[in-house]
Design a protein around this ligand. Structure first.
Ligand SMILES: [Zn+2]
Length: 292
């Protein structure tokens, strides 16, 4: 399925990603409601990766416009105090937003957002915190299918009905999960295997070059460099790559030429899309990949 993904992402300023068919928003930087307009009303679940202001400052207007009957549900890393503080403030500021739900989650939390669609949170190392303290998360979206177990493929429908009658429906099917989308959030590149098998990987690539190690961190929080991301993509299997969260110090031309050079060097064949600093990109997967 070619999801309708619309996003804005510039390091330091704002990041938000909307996947329309999943009624899903990941991160909520400012400009999200003015970018999505009435489409923001279709969003039911919001997953915030971490409490940096450029990833959550769009929430006040978003919940002000869209709160009703327990929605939107806003999931956040549970050990970040910023979210309860914001929720408390907003309930005083706009009392009608108290019908929104705010839910703290942690590494490995699994949330069903729609029938057969689940999101898993995974700890990342953007914000330094002891193991067991959850302040910065990446998210993986899974589609669940219940498939007939291979040993029943050759059985007739009457035989299958008989087994189901005796042993129940779960006996004949197995659960198959596909990782339809992954979102790194802000993170250094670390464990390659967590993204292996993603149909769509949206990964941050704040920096283009090695400008001294201190540059790869901003305010002590760790980020990725585009060559590290592409080195990883070369080693794993994914379907499509979307790079986001570039620093606004780079021009579009600089980003293009760096990325194209590395794609050639690492012989990366999967379609690659870029979200440029300062640009709202609508329906990304229906635009032209940079390497087409
Ligand atoms: Zn950020």
């Amino acid at each position: 399925m070619k999801y309708k993904i619309t996003a804005y992402s510039t390091a330091l300023f704002s990041t938000w990603i909307n996947i329309e068919e999943l009624n899903l928003l990941i991160d909520a930087g400012d400009g999200l409601t003015s970018g999505l307009l009435q489409k923001s009303r279709k969003i039911k679940n919001v997953f915030i990766t971490h409490p940096d202001r450029d990833h959550l400052n769009g929430l006040p207007q978003f919940v002000q416009l869209n709160s009703r009957d327990g929605f939107p549900k806003i999931y956040y890393p549970k050990d970040s105090g910023s979210f309860p503080a914001m929720n408390n403030f907003l309930k005083k500021f706009d009392p009608h937003v108290s019908s929104s739900s705010w839910i703290g989650i942690e590494d490995k939390s699994r949330i069903e957002i729609k029938k057969n669609i689940e999101i898993e949170a995974i700890r990342n190392e953007h914000i330094k915190s002891p193991i067991g303290i959850h302040k910065s998360l990446s998210y993986k979206v899974f589609e669940i299918k219940n498939k007939l177990k291979p040993e029943f493929n050759s059985k007739s429908s009457n035989e299958i009905k008989e087994v189901v009658r005796k042993k129940g429906k779960d006996f004949i099917t197995e659960r198959i999960e596909s990782n339809i989308l992954s979102f790194s959030g802000d993170t250094p590149v670390d464990d390659y295997s967590k993204w292996n098998g993603s149909e769509i990987l949206i990964h941050e690539s704040t920096f283009l070059k090695n400008e001294g190690d201190s540059q790869i961190e901003s305010k002590g929080n760790k980020h990725s460099r585009v060559d590290e991301v592409l080195q990883m993509v070369k080693e794993i299997k994914i379907g499509t790559l979307i790079l986001n969260h570039f620093s606004s110090r780079y021009s579009k031309e600089e980003i293009d030429s760096n990325v194209l050079k590395l794609l050639k060097e690492y012989k990366i064949q999967v379609p690659v899309f870029l979200i440029y600093p300062g640009e709202l990109k609508r329906d990304i997967l229906r635009t032209k990949p940079i390497n087409e």
